[in-house]
Design a protein around this ligand. Sequence first.
Ligand code: GRF
Length: 208
Amino acid sequence: MADAMKIAVIASGRGSNFEALASACRDESYPARIAILLSDNPGAGALAVADAFGIERAVVDCGPKKGSMSPESSSLMASLCVERGVGLVCLAGFMRIVKGELMRAFSGRMINIHPALLPSFRGLDAQRQALDYGVRFAGCTVHFVDDGVDTGPIILQRVVPVLPDDSVESLSARILAEEHVAYPAAVRFVAEGRVRIDGRRVRILDDN
Ligand code: GRF
């Protein structure tokens, strides 16, 4: 597809959501292509996934401070994306809060996936938070990234039941399967130009 939207994925770990996006992008008719995979972690499984798919990848040292990124790393990630004509940045298990130049350059063009039904259970260990709270339903959320942690406007959510004997592992696996459907679907909406942010609400045009 000539006019497919170029996306960048940023991942710190395993990379299964990145893999779901990479698989979707292999379909000729899918409206996005992955230009680059960025990671702050030289040991990230996502790097091996990039190699398996033949996707360019780069490791960017984001500094020693856990959960945050240095201004230099933010600028470097932003320029790597801009140089490649990236139209959408997809965070997929990036374990740092985005700020600085990357945030400025891609404001309104950066999305994240979170393993909970936001606004419940923001931040770390969302699946454990859901289990501990005793909710009957859990799920995942794809949302725009803003200055807060897991607070931006919601594009889509998928729901799973919480079963009586669930462990963190079993619930996480059930949610993860839905993440792998939700993320490619959300990227498709954005890449097709069908997503409008209207205050806190996100409108998907021509959604049947
Ligand atoms: C996923 O559960 C995602 O929702 C969260 O981090 C995890 C990343 O998993 N933000 P993977 O690296 O995509 O397998």
